[in-house]
Design a protein around this ligand. Structure first.
Ligand SMILES: O=P(O)(O)OC[C@H]1O[C@H](O[C@H]2O[C@H](CO)[C@@H](O)[C@H](O)[C@H]2O)[C@H](O)[C@@H](O)[C@@H]1O
Length: 385
């Protein structure tokens, strides 16, 4: 295998940065960031909200439509007999969509053809790809069978997980040491040190992990950590009376979940996030599956993370390498797009409903992802004799 197996826990803490990050106002954000965190928060909360209750902001700028469209229709509803016609129409639409984005399972031979003479590298998203979407993000547990399938893939191909969750959280959930992890949509990566690669990015910190392996930590938005923390705490405060709303701190982004919020209050959730975001010109919003995510407005995403990891792995020559990225979310489109634009490898979208995508192939759900991963492993084992 290309990535050396670490037998201990895969969770690697950040090394102490050589220059401690400060909340200096390089971010051009409110000067209150100069104060200690507690003071910042209480000060912020006493500031009267700008134009309270101006709900049309989020209606007009398309947030609400994006929120409604942010998860595929419920299968349960479609299977319901009283929705028979809708279900037939849906199936027809799905089948014609699959002509454009064929199943990676039925196209497996084609994929192997593309991989001829090349080294496959595998990139995986976590939620909705390796674990099914569930109501409570803390309960998104990957099955043991899926874990074994990922482990086998990682023993046979360079493999990385690129998640919207924090790196710590996703590496704990996956619990495998054989692969690399990128958290916060690629803004927090631990990757290998490639001595052949040109000079590293200034945001890289090299260190030796607990297994004695030299690795590098790449956090291009490191200066935003205190800001995201402040925004997280503000969002917790401003959404606390909305039943079902949940806010997560992923270190480089804060996620506001509305999956469990009654739809009649989605506008309120959106407006609260909008109002907080309005105070931070260097942060931006992205939409995920029933989640609003506030993150640094920097030119970095899952696509850039894939390119970074390929380079770190010494796998950036498209003539010799076929990267495959499997994901289900809007944020995965950046990775699909990077591969498509670079004409290097391809994306596989996990979706049980038709959707515009930059991927080339599709898989219906995590169980099909597992089947695909198992096929990859058995093909590799057979081809090695
Ligand atoms: O990039 P990913 O690994 O797919 O992470 C994306 C988001 O995943 C989590 O939220 C999603 O999954 C939850 C559990 O199934 C679900 O309850 C939620 O509605 C989904 O949006 C995670 O909690 C987010 O913070 C990630 O950004």
């Amino acid at each position: 295998m290309d990535l050396k197996a670490n037998q201990a826990s895969p969770v690697v803490a950040d090394p102490a940065p050589s220059t401690p990050p400060t909340s200096k106002s390089v971010l051009g954000i409110r000067s209150s960031l100069m104060s200690p965190p507690g003071a910042v928060l209480s000060k912020y909360l006493t500031i009267p909200r700008k134009k309270p209750g101006k709900l049309n902001d989020v209606r007009y700028n398309g947030w609400l439509d994006a929120m409604r469209a942010s998860s595929p229709p419920r299968k349960k509803l479609l299977k319901d007999r009283s929705f028979g016609f809708a279900s037939d129409d849906f199936n027809a639409a799905y089948l014609s969509w699959m002509i454009k984005y064929p199943s990676a399972l039925s196209s497996f031979e084609d994929i192997l053809e593309q991989a001829k003479g090349k080294k496959i590298a595998v990139f995986l998203d976590y939620d909705g790809t390796l674990s099914p979407i569930v109501d409570n993000p803390d309960c998104a547990i990957m099955s043991d069978e899926m874990r074994a399938a990922v482990q086998d893939v990682a023993k046979n191909f360079p493999t990385a997980i690129i998640s919207g969750r924090s790196r710590d959280k996703v590496s704990k959930l996956v619990g495998l040491a054989e692969l690399y992890y990128a958290g916060s949509h690629g803004m927090d990566i631990i990757g290998p040190v490639n001595s052949d690669a040109p000079d590293d990015h200034p945001s890289c910190v090299k260190f030796t992990d607990c297994q004695g392996k030299e690795v590098k930590l790449f956090q291009p938005a490191r200066e935003f950590i205190p800001v995201i923390d402040e925004v997280f705490r503000t969002l917790v405060e401003t959404t606390k009376e909305i039943k079902g709303a949940k806010v997560e701190n992923h270190k480089f982004c804060a996620s506001v979940h509305y999956r469990n919020v009654d739809e009649m209050y989605w506008l309120t959730v959106a407006q609260r996030v909008y109002d907080v975001l309005a105070e931070y010109p260097r942060l931006r919003l992205t939409h995920g599956r029933k989640v609003l995510e506030v993150r640094p407005d920097i030119n970095w995403n899952k696509g850039k993370a894939v390119e970074f990891l390929l380079e770190s792995l010494g796998l950036n020559d498209c003539e010799d390498v076929l990267p495959i990225y499997i994901g289900d979310d809007k944020t995965d489109e950046d990775a699909f797009n990077a591969l498509r634009k670079g004409k290097c490898g391809f994306g596989i979208l996990v979706s049980s409903a038709p959707r515009e995508t930059n991927a080339f192939y599709s898989l219906k759900d995590p169980s099909e992802v597992m089947e695909f991963l198992k096929l990859l492993t058995s093909w590799k084992r057979c081809s090695q004799g």
